[in-house]
Design a protein around this ligand. Structure first.
Ligand code: SF4
Ligand code: SF4
Length: 179
């Protein structure tokens, strides 16, 4: 297309007054935004000196836990739905025949690589028995990659650590899955 093409509509450059040429309106606009943020309630904290408050743990996606049923057994039935749904491929399960009459299988091994995880919550969504959940634990640290690979025992210990502060989501959300 050439500059003299009849389909081009040329627009006149707007005439700016003295204030416009000195960027005064934009300056005032920027200053107003700054002052608003100065007086508004703070939304940041000086972590790690200050711990942030988790408003609603039910919608927070932190470290995983494997829930236990009322008999203290792992709730997982080794259906592999969470591992299939996981977009980061960080769940590794070995399912074996269950020693209990109420289910066919259970996880002999259940491993989550917390470093590969993107905390999307798809595993939690996929689980038919609410066995895997994301907790509000966020300050996950380790001195080696191996430490950040959570096995079944560690995931069950996160349940023990959090169960009193954070009810199982299925119950809190009025779900029908017991245990
Ligand atoms: S939160 Fe997402 S990425 Fe992490 S284990 Fe679950 S499904 Fe995979
Ligand atoms: S945690 Fe849930 S979805 Fe994953 S294997 Fe166990 S029962 Fe299936």
């Amino acid at each position: 297309m050439k500059p003299d093409d009849k389909n081009i509509q040329w627009v006149e450059e707007p005439k700016l007054g003295l204030a416009g040429r000195m960027y005064l309106p934009l300056f005032v606009q920027g200053l107003t935004t700054t002052v608003k943020h100065l007086v508004a309630p703070k939304v940041t904290v000086s972590y790690p000196d200050q711990e942030p408050e988790i408003g609603n743990p039910l919608i927070y996606r932190g470290v995983h836990r494997l829930n236990k049923d009322e008999d203290g057994r792992v709730k997982c039935v080794a259906c592999f739905l969470c591992a299939t749904a996981c977009p980061a491929h960080c769940i590794d399960i070995i399912g074996v025949e269950s020693p209990w009459p109420d289910r066919e299988k259970y996880p002999e091994s259940f491993v989550i690589d917390e470093l590969r995880c993107i905390y999307c919550g798809m595993c939690e969504e996929a689980c038919p028995v609410d066995a895997i959940e994301l907790t509000s634990l966020y300050n996950l640290t380790g001195r080696s990659r191996e430490e950040m690979i959570f096995d079944k025992e560690k995931l069950l210990s996160v349940y023990d650590m959090t169960k009193d502060q954070e009810a199982m989501k299925s119950r809190s959300l009025g779900g029908t899955v017991g245990g």
